[in-house]
Ligand binder design. Sequence first.
Ligand code: G6P
Length: 367
Amino acid sequence: AMIGKGNHRHFMHKEIYEQPAVIGDTLSTFVNPATRTVALQDLPFDLAEVSRVTIVACGTSFHSALVAKYWFEKLARISVEVDIASEFRYRAAELPEGGLALFISQSGETADTLAALRYAKSQKQHVAVLVNQPESSMAREADVMLQTLCGPEIGVASTKAFTAQLAVLACFAIAVARARGKIDTQREAELATALAEVPSRIAEVLADEEAIEALGKSLIDARDVLYLGRGTSYPLALEGALKLKELSYIHAEGYAAGEMKHGPIALIDDQMPVIVVAPHDELFEKTASNVQEVLARGGKVIMMSDAAGIAAFPGKTLATIRLPDCDPFVAPILYSIPLQLLAYHTAVHKGTDVDQPRNLAKSVTVE
Ligand code: G6P
């Protein structure tokens, strides 16, 4: 059937608004809200025996892999390596037998990721894929398929597939944590509840679109934009920057907040918007002090945080985007939304082709 834009001006906008529903659908295959537990399908290997995880992907899917690394390490206490498929496939990675190799791909067809999967198979890894297209090459070649239930994603810049990937990866991390005896019933119940609440929290963020649109408009003349974050907010900073550059053609860079003093700080002046992803989590104070350094150099700070973070932040920001309160574990899913909307509205105001940015393809099936 032909897929239309409904009441939306662009597919991307429609897909941003589909997130509460598609994340709800995706989560319903893993989270049981009655028992407040998380379960994966039966696997052809024992999760408790897995000693090491390798996650490989490209583009936006690579950013969900980076978030997953923090979740798996912290929650399941397992060592995780993450790489870009085009690097991983040629670097002769040493993969001890019995490891788990996970490939993340909306399309299931990205050439580099598929080649990386074949390499992992040749090294006797348990091969799992997280795809949105169950009829894809990666799904066919894997031992295990995990699925995001997003329906077709038409906009070249990935939105709903990214947040749905995060939702599945969060469940996967909880399942590994349980298999390894690293999480108790009470914490699992808290996390299951936090996940179950994500769709309605996303709807709250979407209700704030007008404020984000105004900010997007304010970015159109920027030459460079810097995105900062720590912990799981660091990959979000990378993703926010990727979205902005692919849609609006403004140069944008994501950086770990603590690494800024080793380079990007040299660029900061009163022409430089700096977008800070900073939920009020255990790293907030560290990020806040990095932001002070930006402010001291005249940088224009746009801060994304919750009520507690906004209240605790000591400096004067140009603007704040207030997110609903949530367990910091699910913050990456929620904070994706304002980053998507900001890139979208900047592009719309600049007049670029939002659904089909120049030089980009939805699925890169050649090397
Ligand atoms: C292209 C798309 C991106 C996507 C990347 C990986 O670059 O424009 O939106 O994130 O490929 O695609 P995949 O289908 O493997 O997730």
